[in-house]
Structure formats: C-alpha cells, structure tokens
Design a protein around this ligand. Structure first.
Ligand SMILES: Cc1cc2nc3c(=O)[nH]c(=O)nc-3n(C[C@H](O)[C@H](O)[C@H](O)COP(=O)(O)OP(=O)(O)OC[C@H]3O[C@@H](n4cnc5c(N)ncnc54)[C@H](O)[C@@H]3O)c2cc1C
Length: 309
C-alpha cells in the first residue's frame, strides 16, 4: 500500500502522464466522481445543491506551480470573479487557494500581492483559505499567512498533521486568532520531517485537533476546521469535544466533494457544521493523483470506466 502511494505521488509530478491522462475519456469519467465538472458554473451549481442540504462550500480552482506572472494574474482575476458570483448567488461559500498557483515559485512578493487582492475582495465575512503544499513551501506559506493575517482577519491556513513541526507551528499561530484547517497531509515527504506510518498520522491529527479545541475552550478566537473523511476519527473527535463541554458549532468538518457523502449529510443533519470543498478546472491531474494515492482502491474506478461503454 505504501509502495502504491509512493508510485501514485511520484506519478502526480509527471508531465507525460498528465498529458496522456487528460486526453483519455475513461480517466475523465473516473475523475468526475470527485468533481461536479470542469467549469466554475458546474461548481456553483453543485454548491447550490449542497446548500439546500445544509452543507457549505469551499471552491478551489485547480492548478499549481505556475511559471509565468501573467498566469498568476489570470488566476487572481478568476478568483475575484468567483467571489462576485458567490455574492450574486447568495451562496454560503468561501474559496481556497494554492500559493504556487498565485506565483509563489516566482517570488513571495508577487504571490502576496495576488493573495492580498483576493482577501480584500472577499470582504470580512468570507475567509480565504490558503492550502498547504509540499514541505519545501511550508515556511514561505506560514510567512504569507502571518503577513496576510496582520493586514486582515478573513484569512485561514491549512496545516498538515503528518509534519513533526505542526504542533509548534500551531502554538505560534494561535496568538493570531487564526482560522485553521487541519488535514493529514497529501504529499510525498521523507521520514525525517513527516510521520511515515498512517496510524501515527491519524493519532497526530487527533492530538492536534485537541490542541485546537482546547484553545477554543480557553477562549482563543480560533476557527477550527477539521478536514478529514475518517469516520472513526470524526466520531472520536466529536466525543472528545463534547466531553470538553464544547458545543457542536464551536468547530466544523470539511471534506472533499464526492467522498463520504453520507457522512457529510449526517453531520449537517445532526447539527455540526459540514463544509465540502468543490474543486474544478481543467488542471486536475496532480490533484486527482493525490486522491488516488489517499485510497489506491480508487484505481478500481478508473479501470471500471475503461470498460464502461
Ligand atoms: C477540505 C480538505 C482540504 C484539504 N487541503 C489540503 C491541503 O491544503 N494540503 C494537503 O496536504 N492536503 C489537503 N487535504 C488532503 C488531506 O491531507 C488528506 O490527504 C485527505 O483528506 C485524506 O485523508 P483523510 O483524513 O480523509 O483520511 P484517510 O485516513 O486517508 O481516509 C479515511 C477514509 O476516508 C475515505 N477516503 C479518504 N480519501 C479518499 C479518497 N481520495 N477517495 C475515496 N475515499 C477516500 C476512505 O473511506 C478512507 O478509508 C485536504 C482535505 C480536505 C478534506
């Protein structure tokens, strides 16, 4: 299983594979399980349907590691437009951006300038989430977050439970009254900086979540988003939060579109905040490969689509 994960994550970086896969209809059909469609209209329509069931949305426009400032500018303008459309449609929705899609590889000033435009346009009521990418970007992403948070309140950050450093990072972030999305971590990292065993990552997620919930209990103004599809962990977390005396609306769960739909609905129905991240766009290959690596059984869906008529 670990070997399969490594192969899939290595494959996610391959330009050749990306070009092959994006042309194949059976792969496109398999991808549609996790994406309502490639266009922003598809994503907005999915959010409307989710909202009718009490589920909020976070949009992400797929893309990463752009190599030209004009591309980063186009992505920024795209997000400004999406924010306008969210407002026009009265959707309870936010957005999540990747620093390397806003130009981080080309310089942190360029990335910060683009990010600031988006955060400012979102307005104080709508948090702009910053995704966390591979470990080489963590310091730069934390800097971006600190600068952005000092300027405006409506910005959130993703942190990864598999990194040894995250407990310390959270300690230093909590005084900023942050919005934090905790995830397990989706990239291929060496054992020198990230927990290699999945069960240890699960445990680290539980401990870091408790660190966040305890801060909430002490009155720290932290927005706690627990982003996992792990139903056993979700149950443990809700039990821990309840025994700490935290109400259901003191924290939220975030999941990806198309994964654990029944659990997303159950949480919303039973009074927790349930949020779904909807990804869209044509640059889905590396993102999709990370989804396959999370659950190699998903390859079955790709193969099934190969033989479907
Ligand atoms: C809202 C959101 C935002 C994220 N943002 C980031 C980010 O910025 N940076 C980052 O590194 N990672 C991000 N991730 C991905 C995250 O790091 C994990 O890789 C991913 O969530 C899988 O871990 P898990 O906690 O769901 O549990 P796992 O223990 O991997 O899975 C638990 C169960 O969930 C189901 N499941 C999980 N993944 C899949 C899948 N792909 N297909 C089908 N079923 C699945 C299966 O039933 C599985 O048994 C994000 C995840 C979410 C939900």
């Amino acid at each position: 299983m670990a070997l399969m994960r490594s192969l899939l994550l290595a494959g996610s970086q391959s330009r050749w594979l990306r070009e092959q896969a994006t042309r194949r209809r059976f792969v496109q059909r398999a991808v549609s399980r996790f994406m309502p469609g490639e266009t922003v209209d598809d994503a907005l329509a999915a959010a409307r349907t989710l909202q009718d069931t009490g589920i909020r949305t976070v949009f992400t426009y797929l893309g990463e590691n752009i190599a030209d400032p004009s591309e980063a500018d186009a992505v920024t303008r795209h997000y400004l437009d999406v924010l306008d459309r969210i407002r026009m449609m009265n959707l309870r929705a936010e957005i999540s951006v990747k620093p390397t899609q806003l130009g981080l590889d080309l310089g942190s000033e360029l990335c910060y300038a683009n990010l600031s435009k988006i955060i400012e346009h979102a307005g104080s009521q709508s948090v702009v989430w910053i995704d966390m990418e591979a470990s080489g970007y963590v310091d730069a992403t934390l800097d971006l977050y600190r600068r952005s948070r000092a300027a405006r309140p409506n910005v959130g950050l993703c942190v990864q439970a598999y990194l040894y450093r995250t407990q310390r990072d959270l300690e230093s972030l909590l005084p900023l009254d942050p919005a934090i999305r905790l995830v397990k971590g989706a990239y291929k990292e060496p054992a020198s900086i990230a927990l290699p065993q999945k069960r240890d990552v699960d445990e680290s997620f539980f401990e870091l979540a408790q660190q966040l919930l305890a801060a909430r209990l002490r009155g720290v103004n932290v927005r706690v988003a627990l982003a996992t599809h792990d139903t056993a962990l979700i149950r443990r977390l809700t039990e821990a939060a309840t025994s700490m005396g935290l109400p259901k609306d003191a924290y939220e769960f975030q999941m990806l579109y198309g994964i654990q739909r029944a659990e997303q609905l159950r949480l919303a129905k039973e009074g927790w905040q349930s949020v779904v991240l909807v990804a869209y766009g044509s640059f889905w290959f590396p993102w999709y490969m990370r989804r396959l690596a999370e659950r190699p059984a998903n390859i079955f869906f790709v193969l099934r689509n190969l033989f479907a008529t």
